[in-house]
Design a binder for this molecule. Structure first.
Ligand SMILES: NC(=O)c1ccc[n+]([C@@H]2O[C@H](COP(=O)([O-])OP(=O)(O)OC[C@H]3O[C@@H](n4cnc5c(N)ncnc54)[C@H](OP(=O)(O)O)[C@@H]3O)[C@@H](O)[C@H]2O)c1
Length: 280
């Protein structure tokens, strides 16, 4: 079994660099697909309250014969559950659905600035971490302005910011900011998301042919070689296994640079952080 490299977070905890994303995985399919992913070697699962599949994830974890301390489980707070008390209560409900005593990582899914509740919500996550219900706390889809504000008002820096990041949307402009603050970037929609055109991009497929690898493996390797945390999703066990087989080859600097050249101003697929205040 391959040991996935770990990234050390600013709170001292470690996160496996490659995880398994489960957005758009039906609750009823989750046990089988996640079970196959765990058998393939994934130890890091990324779910959210808004994916409506936490109970299925919990079933897969319960069925897998893996010690709890070998697994890294992330969930995210639904936008509608922001607020100090609501956030604490809904974390308890997530733990119940997942059949867990603690989460490894809990994220505020979106800042939802229209509702202006993300600071009090962050305070709830800080309390939950102190109470041992979650080992690490972080944010998702936060812009530097949102992060600056929660740090200024609480003194606590998030361990990660989970953001859209893939070859067509590389987020070069925020990487220095996160490095300076000690916040790790976790890359969502790493393959370009649903109905991805990236997997058919001719630069990617040309490289894939040369290495005798799939486009998804090439893109995942591109993330890993930059030290980024990456969480590709598939609802097909065979693809989950394929996306995990990325440890026995390395992209050259020249091929990394070719993929770097695919960054596009219009490459983002999900809404801008300030624009999604209610979905999820
Ligand atoms: N924080 C946030 O706001 C946020 C937003 C989006 C995503 N996420 C997280 O990030 C994870 C990954 O992002 P994502 O689900 O948007 O997209 P993704 O991982 O970039 O791409 C998934 C798509 O690629 C297909 N795929 C996967 N492996 C493949 C392979 N080897 N060959 C061909 N096609 C393949 C999948 O189809 P099949 O399923 O049919 O295989 C699916 O349509 C999510 O599951 C979720 O955990 C977080």
């Amino acid at each position: 079994m391959t040991d996935v490299p770990s990234i050390t977070l600013n709170d001292g905890n470690s996160i496996p660099q490659l995880g398994f994303g489960v957005w758009r995985l039906e609750e009823e399919d989750a046990p089988e697909v996640i079970g196959a992913a765990i058998s393939a070697g994934y130890r890091h699962i990324d779910t959210a309250q808004g994916y409506d599949n936490e109970a299925g994830v919990g079933e897969a974890i319960a069925e897998a014969d893996i010690a709890r301390d070998q697994l890294f489980i992330t969930s995210k707070l639904r936008n509608g559950h922001q607020g100090f008390e609501k956030a604490q209560q809904s974390l308890n409900e997530s733990l119940e659905r997942l059949q867990l005593d603690y989460l490894n990582l809990f994220l505020i899914h979106w800042p939802a600035p229209q509702h202006d509740r993300y600071v009090e919500t962050w305070k709830a996550l800080i309390e939950a971490q102190k109470a041992g219900k979650v080992r690490s706390i972080g944010v998702s889809n936060f812009l530097p302005e949102h992060i600056d504000r929660i740090i200024a008002e609480t003194g606590v820096t998030p361990a990660v910011n989970q953001v859209e990041l893939h070859p067509a949307y590389q987020q070069r402009d925020i990487r220095d900011y996160h490095r300076e603050k000690g916040i790790k970037l976790e890359c969502y929609s790493p393959l370009g998301g649903k109905e991805s055109k990236l997997l058919d991009d001719e630069t990617i497929t040309e490289i894939a042919d040369r290495y005798d690898r799939s486009p998804a493996q090439i893109i995942t390797r591109w993330h890993l070689q930059q030290g980024l945390i990456v969480i590709p999703k598939s609802s097909k066990p065979e693809r989950a296994r394929e996306n995990f087989r990325v440890w026995d080859f390395e992209l050259t600097d020249e091929d990394m640079a070719k993929i770097d050249g695919l960054d596009r101003p219009d490459g983002k697929t999900l809404p801008e952080p300030n624009e999604n205040n209610d979905l999820f």
